[in-house]
Design a protein around this ligand. Structure first.
Ligand SMILES: *[C@@H]1O[C@H](CO)[C@@H](O)[C@H](O)[C@H]1NC(C)=O
Length: 423
């Protein structure tokens, strides 16, 4: 299912004398370049050490710049050896602008240096070829692939299940797996922080001399979604743009708790392990709309709680006890203790909490909190006021350029693929 980029490299090459000569020259040039880079670094570090920095800052900088290896992961370059498989459930086109932002952000992960980023969209409606052509022009990273897998519309709410088998079928080919709904923007920062914090926790658990009953697979580094609380009754235009001056990020799904924030919305969860408790906390509401997991964690969770099987949300008929199927697959099956795997969601108490928060692109759910729930819309009779038809859309620009400057055909084709899967 997933394009194997290995096969691309297996084309036979004839090695000629001139080829060898070119290689030697290239090698010598490479040596020269490396030498000048090294000299430059030398010069710069002399410059650095003469500057007055505080002691703490220096330690900090050095810590972050450590070369990445398994012993000392560096958040700065941790994405570099990673192969990622990302599965997104997108039933139809109703959230298309959000999906576009989501895809851009995963492409950023490739540009940020990940070894491979393969994205699979599980959908039930075919994508127009012109749209795929437009999108191809957005994704130049050579280690990025996007595949749209069409599933029967009859799956309905169970479309969110499809990622589970995909992940376990390709467990050995990837290091990191992300399942997400189609409207959550996940930046390279969040993914690198997840990897870094996961490694840090694993290292602590496997090397600590303090007795602990916990294994790495008892935990998963969590994600918290945010929105922006734009005023609910104002359309931002040139006259009202100051209306955004008090707008901030809000953790709307964590708002329904009493204050103070600790220990209500967020709380300690490791009372039986003092050292871990100093470092980590959990959210009272574990819903994330997505999850990240390493290959090692997925492997362990398979044994722990049959995580490889997309089960039905618990509850009878229309009365789910732990939320909808979407909520079950993205969060509750993993974190829930009554029916799920009872893996503890952990977030670091020190500085990287914000790096583990992600934007919920529709920016609408915050309006569910509090008193304004007036809904004049959504009764089916609403008439949407359309934006001006003279606005230049990306599709119009794309097609306009294609018409005048048709591209060379790409053989073999390496762009977005669309497959139909009946099962
Ligand atoms: C922003 O907050 C300040 C202080 O509460 C208030 O005076 C001002 O009217 C607010 N502005 C907007 C646009 O809501």
């Amino acid at each position: 299912m997933i394009p194997k980029n290995i096969s691309r490299k297996n084309e036979p090459k004839r090695i000629s004398l001139s080829y060898i000569l070119v290689c030697i020259i290239a090698f010598l040039l490479g040596c020269l370049a490396t030498a000048s880079i090294l000299l430059n670094i030398q010069a710069r570090s002399t410059l650095h050490s003469s500057t007055q920095y505080s002691k703490e800052f220096l330690t900090e900088t050095r810590c972050l710049e450590t070369t990445p290896d398994n012993k000392n992961p560096s958040i700065h370059s941790i994405l570099q050896n990673k192969r990622l498989l990302i599965a997104i459930a997108a039933y139809d086109f109703s959230q298309i602008p959000h999906l576009e932002e989501v895809l851009d952000a995963y492409h950023d992960v490739c540009i940020a240096g990940a070894a491979q980023v393969d994205v699979v969209i599980h959908a039930t409606v075919p994508y127009p070829v012109t749209l795929l052509d437009l999108w191809n022009a957005r994704f130049p990273c050579p280690h990025f692939s996007l595949q749209i897998v069409l599933k029967p519309a009859s799956l309905r709410l169970h479309l969110v299940d499809c990622h589970r088998q995909l992940f376990y079928d390709h467990l050995q080919q990837y290091d990191l797996f992300i399942y997400s709904e189609d409207d959550i923007r996940v930046t390279p920062t969040t993914i690198a922080t997840y990897c870094y914090e996961t490694k840090r926790l694993e290292q602590y658990l496997t090397t600590t001399t303090t007795p602990t009953k916990y294994q790495p697979a008892d935990f998963n580094i969590g994600i918290v979604r945010y929105e922006y609380n734009y005023p609910a009754n104002v359309i931002i235009d040139d006259k009202t743009r100051h209306a955004t001056q008090n707008v901030t990020r809000v953790y709307w799904e964590h708002s329904g708790f009493q204050r103070p924030v600790v220990p209500n919305a967020v709380k300690d969860v490791l009372e039986d392990d003092t050292l871990l408790q100093q470092k980590y906390f959990t959210m009272s509401n574990h819903h994330q709309g997505m999850f990240l997991a390493t290959r090692e964690l997925l492997t362990a969770w398979q044994k722990r709680c049959n995580f490889h099987i997309a089960s039905n949300r618990p509850g009878k008929g229309a009365q789910p006890t732990e939320g909808t199927q979407r909520v079950w697959m993205s969060s509750q099956m993993l974190y829930g203790c009554r029916h799920g795997c009872c893996v503890k969601q952990l977030l670091p108490k020190d500085r990287s909490f914000g790096a583990l928060t992600v934007l919920h692109l529709p920016n609408k759910n915050y309006r569910r909190v509090g008193k304004y729930r007036q809904r004049e819309f959504a009764d089916g009779t609403e008439v949407f006021q359309q934006p001006s038809s003279t606005l230049l859309t990306d599709m119009e620009l794309h097609l306009g350029m294609r018409k005048v400057w048709p591209p060379e055909p790409q053989i073999p084709y390496r762009g977005i693929r669309m497959n139909i899967m009946i099962t």
